[in-house]
Structure formats: C-alpha cells, structure tokens
Ligand binder design. Structure first.
Ligand SMILES: NC(=O)c1ccc[n+]([C@@H]2O[C@H](COP(=O)([O-])OP(=O)(O)OC[C@H]3O[C@@H](n4cnc5c(N)ncnc54)[C@H](O)[C@@H]3O)[C@@H](O)[C@H]2O)c1
Ligand SMILES: [Zn+2]
Length: 366
C-alpha cells in the first residue's frame, strides 16, 4: 500500500521517496518506471538478508531483472576502506558493468557504504536506497551523503551522491531491535524540534504507540520527517546553508558519542542527550522559553533510554566537543532551538555554560 510520494528537488538529480506499507510487490514496477538497468546488485547485511533479501530478489526476477546478491557482515566497522575494496573486487569478479544499479537494502551503514561504492565504482553506477531502520528511513537514505570511516574519524571519506529513488517500507521496522527503533526516534524528535511543532505535539501524545511499533504512527512520523529532510536538502544540497539545522543536538551528541568511543551510546541515543543539553544552553541564553524547554526534556525523559551517566566521564566529553568535525575554524557551532519548530545557529558558547549543560544532562540519568 503506497501512501505517499515525496520529491527531493535537485534539478537533474531530483528523485522521489516512496513511503508505504507492504510495498515489496510494487518494487520492480517502480524500477521499470524509472528505467533502471536490468543488471542489479542487491547489497545487504547478515541481519537483514534472511529477513528481506529473498522477497526482493524474487520480485525483481519475476519482472525480468537479473539481480545478484551480496551479503556482508553487519555493523559500523563495515564502513571502511577494506570492505569498500572487497565490494569493488566482488563487483568486478561478477562482471558488473557501468550500466547497472546497486540496491542498498539495510540501515545507515549499508546505505552509506553501498552509496559510496555506487558513487565511485567505474565512475558511478546507479543507486537505489531501500532503508530498513527508522534512522535510515528518516535520515541517512535522503540527501545523498554517502561515505565510510577512517581510523582518524567517522565519515571522513565520502561524497554527495543522490539515488534514483528511495523506497521506504514501514513493514521492515517490525523486526527492528528496540534500541535501534529508539535511535531512529532520536532523529524524529530532532525533526520536531527544528521544523515541525505539529510533529512534536504528535510525539508527545503518541510516543507509547511508536514504541510499540504501531505502523500507523510510524508511517506518520516517517513521512513528516522525510518531507522535512527532502525540503532541507532541496534547498541546500551541499550543506552551505540551511542544511546545517539538521545538526541540532549533534554538537553535544557527537561529543558524547565520541567520549564513549561509540560503545556507550549509539548515535540516536547521543542525539537525544545532545538535544537536552543544547536546549538547556538555549534556555540559559534566553533563546528558548522555559515551557518549551520542559516539553523537550519531558518528551525525551519518557523514552526508554538505558544510559547511565557513570559510563561516561565528563572530562572526556568536553574536549570531544572541539574535535567535532562540524566546528567552523576554531569556533564550535551550535544549532539551538528557539522555540519548538525553529532554530538559531550560534558560534561558540561559553565553556562554563557548556559544562553546566552537560552536568544537567548527566543529572537526569544518574
Ligand atoms: N548519510 C547520512 O546522511 C547519514 C545520516 C545519519 C546517519 N548516517 C550513518 O548511518 C549509520 C547508522 O545507521 P543505522 O542506525 O541504520 O545502523 P545500522 O545500519 O548499523 O543498523 C542497525 C542494526 O540493525 C540491523 N537491521 C537493519 N534493519 C533491520 C531490520 N529491519 N530488522 C532487524 N534488524 C535490522 C542492522 O543489521 C544493524 O545490526 C552510521 O554509520 C551513520 O554514520 C548517515
Ligand atoms: Zn544524526
């Protein structure tokens, strides 16, 4: 059941995001409509393959496509140069030509990695994103950022490379582990804060249903977020301007993630904590009113975040802020909520206030 089509408008690189439930039997027709080459390579990971690869392969074969399947291990460590090279080798050995398409079936790791391979293999082959985590659906599959990690930094090697289309099936989320669902919710909350007061109010009243994987509520949240991301990217593909608002909660979030060496907190969890900390800063600076601040804190505190402050040392978090790649020159940029639905960008916040904000966050998770 296709419920929506949202367009990312980038002139020649424009593409649709299809959103719905139980969409698999429409996938090959969509490929035909887009003139996708018959030679296609479905790349996925070990967790997703047994759940969803076969149905997609059958669907493609039934419609005259010639798909092959590549399965790689799961996890962030796969977003590396070694795995990228192994994929190039596999594609070459299987005789995959320039006139082919890579289909990235999985979470953000698969999307970023396969997207990067698609951008570079034989100077670029076509790409379709089939995101299977909430985070990948609302965030990483839209906007064309693809890339891999370097031992010296996350996402340090990459490109902007837009897909032909994005295929978002809410049914995939039914098998998602709860912690991964929560990570996606972290980004959903962010979208409410930066651009969508109505979505935020919806989250305040429907969070229990979302946490129970209710399809209807997930679909609603997914399409609101996809619409925002599509709009923002359409306005600013290369992050020269408005796209920066997507980093709300991420300055402190990245620092918390880094301080825990990516083991204590997952990205979406760190963003949730970052949103509290940055809202605290905004309130103290008189940018955000107290009522909105408390709404943000209450919403995030209602989530089943298993974080315990004892697992992170404050002395590690603070220096990590300056190591964040999003700093401009020597200053550190914060995207702070102004009220629910709008933000302001501030360069540099007084160290004392940042420490106070982090202490406030930690005090909530003792
Ligand atoms: N390109 C961008 O704009 C952008 C934006 C945000 C995040 N990212 C990147 O996304 C990555 C994180 O993505 P993620 O959170 O989706 O993590 P992930 O890709 O690691 O997926 C999380 C886990 O869930 C499993 N999984 C995926 N779909 C499943 C399903 N439907 N059922 C059961 N298990 C499933 C995966 O195998 C994995 O173990 C990071 O590398 C991050 O840098 C990129
Ligand atoms: Zn994020």
């Amino acid at each position: 059941m296709l419920t929506q089509r949202i367009d990312v408008q980038l002139e020649k690189r424009s593409y649709p995001i299809y959103i719905g439930a139980d969409l698999v039997s429409h996938f090959a027709t969509a490929c035909q409509d887009h003139g996708i080459p018959t030679q296609c390579v479905l790349v996925t990971d070990k967790h997703v393959a047994p759940l969803y690869a076969r149905q997609l392969l059958n669907e493609l074969q039934r419609h005259g496509f010639e798909p092959t399947l590549i399965i790689i291990p799961a996890g962030e460590y796969q977003k590396c140069l070694r795995r990228t090279n192994a994929l190039y080798t596999e594609l070459l050995e299987r005789g995959i030509s320039r006139k082919s398409v890579l289909i990235a079936l999985g979470g953000g790791v698969i999307g970023d990695l396969v997207g990067f391979v698609a951008a570079t293999y034989q100077r670029g082959v076509q790409l379709i994103h089939v995101p299977t985590t909430l985070l990948a659906q609302v965030d990483s599959s839209i906007g064309g950022k693809v890339g891999i990690n370097h031992p010296l930094g996350k996402n340090m090697i990459g490109a902007f490379y837009q897909p032909r289309f994005v295929w978002q099936d809410v049914s995939y989320l039914s098998t998602l582990p709860p912690r991964e669902l929560l990570c996606g919710i972290g980004e959903v909350v962010k979208y409410g804060i930066i651009r969508d007061a109505e979505l935020f109010a919806f989250l305040e009243s429907h969070m229990p249903s979302l946490l129970r994987y209710s399809r209807e509520e997930l679909l609603y949240a997914q399409s609101r977020c996809a619409r925002i991301k599509a709009q923002v990217v359409s306005e600013d593909e290369y992050e020269q301007g408005v796209r920066v608002i997507l980093n709300c909660g991420h300055t402190l979030g990245h620092a918390l993630e880094l301080a825990g060496k990516f083991k204590v907190l997952k990205h979406g969890e760190a963003v949730l904590l970052g949103l509290i900390g940055e809202s605290y800063i905004a309130m103290q600076l008189g940018i955000l009113d107290e009522h909105s601040f408390h709404r943000i804190v209450e919403l995030i505190r209602s989530l089943p975040l298993k974080f315990k402050q004892t697992n992170l040392a404050m002395k590690e978090v603070f220096p990590a802020i300056r190591r964040d790649k999003k700093k401009v020159g020597k200053s550190v940029r914060y995207v702070l909520p102004q009220r629910i639905g709008t933000t302001v960008v501030i360069n540099d916040v007084d160290d004392t206030l940042v420490r106070e904000a982090l202490r406030y966050v930690f005090s909530l998770f003792r």
